[in-house]
Design a protein around this ligand. Structure first.
Ligand code: KG4
Ligand code: ZN
Length: 336
């Protein structure tokens, strides 16, 4: 009987130090340590992120092994996020993975972080069928991807400026909300009126996105209101958040609908940190019901950065014997 490979997967691209143990495509453990040090700065400070990864990587890997009940000698391969991300942060995970694998005499697997967000859909059942259209929306990326197979992904649309998560974060900051802005804005939006304020939905060519306009539109609208009523933002925060969220979600949906129609795809999903957004989750389900799609919405723990998604991507790469050489180095930019 063929035994399933045991893979240790490491994620360290931004401000989450994470490790997971996979047995085949099954997650045995998935440990995430979110760095708190950045909260006081209102955003991730790269150098502090690298240092926190250095401190956390050993205890996080140790906890992942213990939770899974796996000895390090049972590991068949070590996977890590190779790109994109903060270079110093990626270096910690890559350096750890290489030395750990070398000490065990096992291969390493270099995983593309954005691709891993998409592949998180293949952890649980029901798994998407191909072709699978996935919108990946994170703090740094907004991509519309058609998966023809587990590892063959075609990017059909991308943002030409800010990412959707960046738009959530920047607008939140402007409104004086604490970091990280996306989830805070989402919570406030839940008791607001999404039609209270109207912000423009950009009309980009093809399947591309643009999110830099929304923050300027909100800024100008708020400046005008505050002039007339100094406490305007505080008094209308729920309606403002709901309207901003509505605009971002509608912008995202427009291109998914167009792509699903043009490519005649019926299996549609969302991935990445912004897929945790309640407005987006509800809206994509409604679109699925309207257009007859099978909709895939990740569990919350697989939306934001985690190592199980690196592990599932590594599993499919392992099956293809897609191992990296020890000379491989991380890259801040995406090679998707
Ligand atoms: O995928 P992720 O954890 O990290 C990157 O690879 O960038 O995504 C982080 C992004 C941040 O911009 C964060 O504000 C956003 O995801 N985010 C949300 C929500 N939860 C996380 N945005 C809107 N609503 C949420 N509930
Ligand atoms: Zn991510």
């Amino acid at each position: 009987m063929k035994t399933e490979p045991i893979i240790l997967a490491i994620e360290s691209s931004c401000d989450e130090t994470a490790a997971a143990i996979m047995k085949g495509d099954t997650v045995l453990s998935n440990i995430v340590n979110t760095q708190k040090v950045h909260e006081q700065y209102g955003g991730v400070v790269p150098e502090l992120a690298s240092r926190a990864h250095m401190q956390q990587i050993l205890p996080v890997v140790d906890t992942a092994l213990k939770t899974a009940g796996i000895s390090k000698l049972e590991i068949d391969a070590v996977a890590f996020s190779q790109c994109p991300g903060l270079i110093g942060a990626l270096l910690v995970g890559a350096g750890f993975a290489k030395s750990f694998a070398q000490a065990l005499g096992k291969p390493i697997i270099a995983v593309q972080h954005i691709k891993a967000h998409v592949l998180a859909h293949f952890i649980d059942d029901p798994k998407p069928e191909f072709p699978f259209l996935c919108l990946t929306v994170s703090g740094g990326h907004t991509q519309l991807v058609i998966c023809h197979s587990h590892l063959e992904h075609e990017i059909i649309g991308t943002t030409i400026d800010d990412a959707a998560g960046e738009a959530f974060d920047k607008v939140s900051k402007m409104l004086g909300l604490p970091y990280p802005g996306g989830p805070v804005l989402d919570k406030l939006a839940q008791s607001g009126n999404p039609k209270a304020f109207e912000f423009p939905i950009p009309n980009m060519e093809g399947y591309n996105y643009s999110f830099s306009g929304i923050k300027t539109a909100v800024l100008y609208a708020m400046q005008k209101k505050v002039k007339e009523q100094p406490n305007f933002i505080e008094e209308n925060i729920n309606d403002i958040c709901a309207s901003v969220q509505y605009t971002i979600v509608q912008t995202l949906l427009k291109k998914i609908i167009k792509a699903a129609k043009d490519y005649k795809i019926k299996h549609v999903g969302i991935a990445g940190g912004v897929s945790a957004n309640s407005g987006l989750r509800k809206a994509i389900q409604e679109m699925g019901d309207k257009y007859g799609w099978q909709v895939y919405i990740p569990k919350f723990e697989y939306c934001t950065d985690n190592a199980a998604m690196i592990g599932i991507a590594a599993y499919y790469q392992y099956l293809e014997k897609d191992f990296a050489d020890l000379s491989i180095i991380p890259s801040a930019r995406s090679t998707y």
